[in-house]
Design a protein around this ligand. Sequence first.
Ligand code: AP5
Length: 221
Amino acid sequence: MNLILLGPPGSGKGTQGERLQEDFRLPYYATGDILRAAVAEGSELGRAAQEYMDRGDLVPDEVIIGVIAERVERPEAADGFILDGFPRTVGQAEALAAEMEGLGRAITVAVLIDVDDEEVVRRLGGRRTCAKSGHVFHVDFDPPKHEGVCDVCGSRLIVRDDDRPEVIRHRLETYREKTMPLVDYYEELGVLKRVDGELEPEEVGNRIRALLATLRMEEEL
Ligand code: AP5
Protein backbone atom coordinates (compact mmCIF):
# COMPACT_ATOMS: atom_id res chain seq x y z
CA MET A 1 0.00 0.00 0.00
CA ASN A 2 1.93 3.03 -1.28
CA LEU A 3 -0.44 5.80 -0.29
CA ILE A 4 -0.42 9.54 -0.94
CA LEU A 5 -2.63 12.00 0.95
CA LEU A 6 -3.44 15.02 -1.22
CA GLY A 7 -5.42 18.12 -0.31
CA PRO A 8 -5.26 21.81 0.47
CA PRO A 9 -3.69 23.16 3.65
CA GLY A 10 -5.90 22.31 6.61
CA SER A 11 -7.88 19.63 4.78
CA GLY A 12 -7.01 17.11 7.50
CA LYS A 13 -4.10 15.22 5.93
CA GLY A 14 -2.20 15.16 9.23
CA THR A 15 -5.32 14.27 11.25
CA GLN A 16 -6.11 11.31 8.97
CA GLY A 17 -2.47 10.32 8.38
CA GLU A 18 -1.95 9.77 12.10
CA ARG A 19 -5.01 7.49 12.26
CA LEU A 20 -4.14 5.54 9.11
CA GLN A 21 -0.64 4.95 10.36
CA GLU A 22 -2.10 3.22 13.44
CA ASP A 23 -4.64 1.20 11.41
CA PHE A 24 -2.32 0.03 8.65
CA ARG A 25 0.98 -0.04 10.58
CA LEU A 26 2.81 1.65 7.75
CA PRO A 27 5.53 4.30 8.09
CA TYR A 28 4.08 7.81 7.82
CA TYR A 29 6.19 10.52 6.22
CA ALA A 30 4.82 14.06 6.50
CA THR A 31 7.10 16.55 4.78
CA GLY A 32 5.74 19.51 6.79
CA ASP A 33 6.60 17.71 10.07
CA ILE A 34 10.02 16.66 8.75
CA LEU A 35 10.80 20.24 7.69
CA ARG A 36 9.54 21.80 10.96
CA ALA A 37 11.73 19.35 12.93
CA ALA A 38 14.70 20.32 10.74
CA VAL A 39 14.03 24.02 11.36
CA ALA A 40 13.83 23.38 15.14
CA GLU A 41 17.14 21.47 15.02
CA GLY A 42 18.78 24.23 12.96
CA SER A 43 20.06 21.61 10.47
CA GLU A 44 21.15 22.42 6.91
CA LEU A 45 17.75 21.24 5.63
CA GLY A 46 15.97 23.47 8.14
CA ARG A 47 18.04 26.51 7.19
CA ALA A 48 17.30 25.87 3.50
CA ALA A 49 13.55 25.52 4.16
CA GLN A 50 12.63 28.08 6.81
CA GLU A 51 12.22 31.26 4.76
CA TYR A 52 9.99 29.49 2.23
CA MET A 53 7.82 27.96 4.95
CA ASP A 54 7.40 31.23 6.82
CA ARG A 55 6.11 32.89 3.64
CA GLY A 56 3.79 29.99 2.78
CA ASP A 57 5.82 29.13 -0.34
CA LEU A 58 6.96 25.64 -1.26
CA VAL A 59 10.56 24.78 -0.59
CA PRO A 60 12.42 24.06 -3.86
CA ASP A 61 11.93 20.59 -5.37
CA GLU A 62 15.67 19.85 -5.16
CA VAL A 63 15.59 20.38 -1.38
CA ILE A 64 12.66 18.05 -0.66
CA ILE A 65 12.88 15.26 -3.27
CA GLY A 66 16.01 13.69 -1.76
CA VAL A 67 14.42 13.72 1.71
CA ILE A 68 11.51 11.53 0.57
CA ALA A 69 13.60 9.35 -1.78
CA GLU A 70 15.78 8.40 1.19
CA ARG A 71 12.70 7.46 3.25
CA VAL A 72 10.89 5.33 0.68
CA GLU A 73 14.10 3.31 0.22
CA ARG A 74 14.20 2.42 3.93
CA PRO A 75 13.55 -1.26 4.84
CA GLU A 76 10.66 -0.11 7.09
CA ALA A 77 8.89 1.17 3.92
CA ALA A 78 9.32 -2.07 1.95
CA ASP A 79 5.63 -3.04 2.44
CA GLY A 80 4.36 0.47 1.79
CA PHE A 81 4.12 3.96 3.24
CA ILE A 82 1.82 6.91 3.79
CA LEU A 83 2.99 10.22 2.32
CA ASP A 84 1.45 13.46 3.61
CA GLY A 85 2.39 16.70 1.87
CA PHE A 86 4.48 15.06 -0.83
CA PRO A 87 4.38 15.30 -3.78
CA ARG A 88 3.22 18.90 -4.08
CA THR A 89 4.40 19.73 -7.61
CA VAL A 90 4.39 17.82 -10.89
CA GLY A 91 8.21 17.75 -10.69
CA GLN A 92 8.01 16.03 -7.29
CA ALA A 93 5.39 13.55 -8.59
CA GLU A 94 7.61 12.65 -11.54
CA ALA A 95 10.63 12.21 -9.27
CA LEU A 96 8.58 9.95 -6.99
CA ALA A 97 7.34 7.90 -9.96
CA ALA A 98 10.94 7.40 -11.14
CA GLU A 99 12.03 6.43 -7.62
CA MET A 100 9.18 3.90 -7.33
CA GLU A 101 9.95 2.46 -10.76
CA GLY A 102 13.56 1.96 -9.67
CA LEU A 103 12.23 -0.04 -6.70
CA GLY A 104 9.89 -2.06 -8.96
CA ARG A 105 6.82 -0.50 -7.33
CA ALA A 106 4.14 2.10 -8.07
CA ILE A 107 1.77 4.41 -6.20
CA THR A 108 -1.29 2.40 -5.12
CA VAL A 109 -3.64 5.29 -4.43
CA ALA A 110 -3.68 9.09 -4.09
CA VAL A 111 -6.48 10.13 -1.72
CA LEU A 112 -7.69 13.69 -2.31
CA ILE A 113 -9.28 15.15 0.82
CA ASP A 114 -11.61 17.81 -0.59
CA VAL A 115 -12.31 20.95 1.48
CA ASP A 116 -13.26 24.45 0.31
CA ASP A 117 -11.30 27.64 1.07
CA GLU A 118 -13.65 29.02 3.73
CA GLU A 119 -13.41 25.84 5.74
CA VAL A 120 -9.59 25.90 5.41
CA VAL A 121 -9.46 29.41 6.90
CA ARG A 122 -11.77 28.36 9.76
CA ARG A 123 -9.72 25.28 10.53
CA LEU A 124 -6.25 26.77 10.36
CA GLY A 125 -7.34 29.84 12.33
CA GLY A 126 -8.33 27.54 15.22
CA ARG A 127 -5.60 24.93 14.92
CA ARG A 128 -3.34 24.31 17.90
CA THR A 129 -0.29 22.11 17.43
CA CYS A 130 1.70 20.30 20.12
CA ALA A 131 5.20 21.80 20.25
CA LYS A 132 6.63 18.35 21.04
CA SER A 133 4.57 15.54 19.46
CA GLY A 134 3.14 17.57 16.54
CA HIS A 135 -0.37 16.27 17.39
CA VAL A 136 -3.06 18.70 16.14
CA PHE A 137 -6.17 20.00 17.88
CA HIS A 138 -8.80 22.59 17.01
CA VAL A 139 -10.22 25.02 19.54
CA ASP A 140 -13.81 24.25 18.42
CA PHE A 141 -13.80 21.03 16.35
CA ASP A 142 -11.31 18.95 18.35
CA PRO A 143 -10.43 20.77 21.58
CA PRO A 144 -7.82 19.42 23.99
CA LYS A 145 -9.12 18.31 27.41
CA HIS A 146 -7.16 21.14 29.08
CA GLU A 147 -6.75 24.41 27.19
CA GLY A 148 -3.27 24.92 25.74
CA VAL A 149 -2.03 21.45 26.79
CA CYS A 150 -1.51 18.37 24.57
CA ASP A 151 -3.70 15.37 25.57
CA VAL A 152 -1.08 12.98 24.21
CA CYS A 153 2.11 14.15 25.93
CA GLY A 154 1.19 17.10 28.19
CA SER A 155 3.37 19.57 26.25
CA ARG A 156 2.45 23.12 25.31
CA LEU A 157 0.16 23.79 22.32
CA ILE A 158 1.24 26.51 19.90
CA VAL A 159 -0.12 28.39 16.86
CA ARG A 160 2.06 27.54 13.84
CA ASP A 161 3.88 30.53 12.30
CA ASP A 162 2.28 29.78 8.91
CA ASP A 163 -1.25 29.74 10.39
CA ARG A 164 -1.42 33.56 10.37
CA PRO A 165 -4.34 34.75 8.15
CA GLU A 166 -2.18 36.40 5.43
CA VAL A 167 0.06 33.32 5.18
CA ILE A 168 -2.97 30.98 5.04
CA ARG A 169 -4.26 32.90 1.99
CA HIS A 170 -0.86 32.63 0.28
CA ARG A 171 -0.66 28.88 1.04
CA LEU A 172 -4.05 28.43 -0.63
CA GLU A 173 -2.84 30.29 -3.75
CA THR A 174 0.31 28.17 -3.81
CA TYR A 175 -1.82 25.03 -3.51
CA ARG A 176 -4.02 26.07 -6.42
CA GLU A 177 -1.11 26.96 -8.67
CA LYS A 178 1.44 24.25 -7.87
CA THR A 179 -0.36 21.30 -6.30
CA MET A 180 -3.82 21.15 -7.90
CA PRO A 181 -2.35 19.95 -11.24
CA LEU A 182 -1.55 16.72 -9.38
CA VAL A 183 -5.27 15.93 -9.22
CA ASP A 184 -5.30 15.51 -13.02
CA TYR A 185 -1.89 13.82 -12.93
CA TYR A 186 -3.08 11.04 -10.59
CA GLU A 187 -6.51 10.86 -12.24
CA GLU A 188 -4.82 10.10 -15.56
CA LEU A 189 -2.79 7.38 -13.86
CA GLY A 190 -6.09 5.91 -12.60
CA VAL A 191 -5.13 6.02 -8.90
CA LEU A 192 -7.02 9.11 -7.67
CA LYS A 193 -9.78 8.69 -5.06
CA ARG A 194 -11.75 11.64 -3.66
CA VAL A 195 -13.08 11.90 -0.13
CA ASP A 196 -15.36 14.63 1.25
CA GLY A 197 -13.09 16.29 3.83
CA GLU A 198 -15.86 18.47 5.29
CA LEU A 199 -17.44 15.62 7.22
CA GLU A 200 -16.57 14.88 10.87
CA PRO A 201 -12.96 13.64 11.25
CA GLU A 202 -14.23 10.19 12.31
CA GLU A 203 -16.43 9.90 9.19
CA VAL A 204 -13.63 11.09 6.87
CA GLY A 205 -11.42 8.38 8.41
CA ASN A 206 -14.13 5.72 7.96
CA ARG A 207 -14.50 6.61 4.29
CA ILE A 208 -10.77 6.47 3.63
CA ARG A 209 -10.51 3.11 5.41
CA ALA A 210 -13.47 1.78 3.38
CA LEU A 211 -11.93 2.77 0.07
CA LEU A 212 -8.54 1.29 1.04
CA ALA A 213 -10.24 -1.95 2.09
CA THR A 214 -12.01 -2.10 -1.30
CA LEU A 215 -8.69 -1.57 -3.09
CA ARG A 216 -7.09 -4.38 -1.08
CA MET A 217 -9.95 -6.73 -1.95
CA GLU A 218 -9.69 -5.85 -5.64
CA GLU A 219 -5.94 -6.54 -5.53
CA GLU A 220 -6.50 -9.95 -3.95
CA LEU A 221 -9.11 -11.02 -6.56
P1 AP5 B 1 2.45 21.11 5.81
O1 AP5 B 1 2.71 21.00 7.24
O2 AP5 B 1 2.36 19.87 4.99
O3 AP5 B 1 1.17 22.04 5.62
P2 AP5 B 1 -0.16 21.89 4.72
O4 AP5 B 1 -0.15 20.99 3.56
O5 AP5 B 1 -0.48 23.29 4.43
O6 AP5 B 1 -1.10 21.12 5.62
P3 AP5 B 1 -1.42 21.42 7.08
O7 AP5 B 1 -0.46 20.71 7.98
O8 AP5 B 1 -1.61 22.89 7.31
O9 AP5 B 1 -2.89 20.81 7.19
P4 AP5 B 1 -3.43 19.32 7.19
O10 AP5 B 1 -4.08 19.02 5.87
O11 AP5 B 1 -2.40 18.33 7.69
O12 AP5 B 1 -4.60 19.50 8.25
P5 AP5 B 1 -4.67 19.09 9.79
O13 AP5 B 1 -4.89 17.61 9.94
O14 AP5 B 1 -3.55 19.70 10.56
O15 AP5 B 1 3.57 22.03 5.10
C1 AP5 B 1 4.02 23.24 5.68
C2 AP5 B 1 5.01 23.93 4.76
O16 AP5 B 1 6.16 23.07 4.54
C3 AP5 B 1 4.52 24.25 3.35
O17 AP5 B 1 3.80 25.46 3.31
C4 AP5 B 1 5.84 24.31 2.57
O18 AP5 B 1 6.53 25.52 2.80
C5 AP5 B 1 6.65 23.19 3.20
N1 AP5 B 1 6.50 21.90 2.50
C6 AP5 B 1 5.93 20.77 3.01
N2 AP5 B 1 5.94 19.79 2.09
C7 AP5 B 1 6.53 20.30 0.98
C8 AP5 B 1 6.80 19.78 -0.33
N3 AP5 B 1 6.49 18.53 -0.68
N4 AP5 B 1 7.39 20.61 -1.23
C9 AP5 B 1 7.71 21.86 -0.92
N5 AP5 B 1 7.47 22.42 0.28
C10 AP5 B 1 6.88 21.65 1.23
O19 AP5 B 1 -6.06 19.81 10.19
C11 AP5 B 1 -6.16 21.22 10.22
C12 AP5 B 1 -7.07 21.65 11.41
O20 AP5 B 1 -8.41 21.22 11.13
C13 AP5 B 1 -6.70 21.01 12.75
O21 AP5 B 1 -6.93 21.96 13.76
C14 AP5 B 1 -7.65 19.81 12.89
O22 AP5 B 1 -7.96 19.52 14.25
C15 AP5 B 1 -8.89 20.32 12.14
N6 AP5 B 1 -9.60 19.25 11.40
C16 AP5 B 1 -9.04 18.21 10.70
N7 AP5 B 1 -10.01 17.46 10.13
C17 AP5 B 1 -11.20 18.06 10.44
C18 AP5 B 1 -12.56 17.77 10.12
N8 AP5 B 1 -12.90 16.72 9.35
N9 AP5 B 1 -13.51 18.62 10.61
C19 AP5 B 1 -13.18 19.69 11.38
N10 AP5 B 1 -11.91 20.01 11.73
C20 AP5 B 1 -10.93 19.19 11.25
